[in-house]
Design a protein around this ligand. Structure first.
Ligand SMILES: [Zn+2]
Length: 129
């Protein structure tokens, strides 16, 4: 079966106008917390070949941020570098990480702040305690 993009969009638009929703369940940090995404007919067609691109655009983040959000389990982690040269794995205290698991844009904006856990205080990113 070979349909061109415009024919697909036309068919999906027809279905949508009849009340059929186009909902994707993209991968989230944790399977049962994935977010339902209501797609337009054009997004649905694009989603087939570039799901991360569609999700990232809809969430207002880059594809790299989306992937990093998943890899961090949606949790906002300390930015200090340990004496072993690895990034501290502690979740930053006082931050409502539950929201980060559902919102990659919120996660990415906090990630840029470079905050640290209570053990590492306010050490700047890359600074060794
Ligand atoms: Zn830390």
């Amino acid at each position: 079966m070979s349909l061109n993009r415009d024919d697909l969009i036309e068919a999906l638009t027809y279905l949508r106008e009849a009340g059929v929703n186009l909902v994707a369940w993209p991968d989230g940090p944790i399977d049962d917390l994935s977010l339902p995404l209501d797609l337009s007919p054009a997004e649905a067609v694009e989603y087939v070949t570039d799901p991360d691109g569609v999700v990232a655009r809809r969430c207002g983040v880059s594809v790299n941020d989306l992937i990093a959000w998943r890899e961090a389990d949606g949790k906002y982690r300390c930015h200090a570098i340990t004496c072993k040269g690895k990034r501290c794995r502690h979740v930053v205290a006082g931050e409502y990480w539950y929201a980060f698991e559902r919102d990659p844009a919120k996660w990415a904006s906090f990630e840029r702040l470079g905050r640290c856990c209570s053990m590492h205080g306010r050490a700047a990113q890359g600074e060794r305690p």
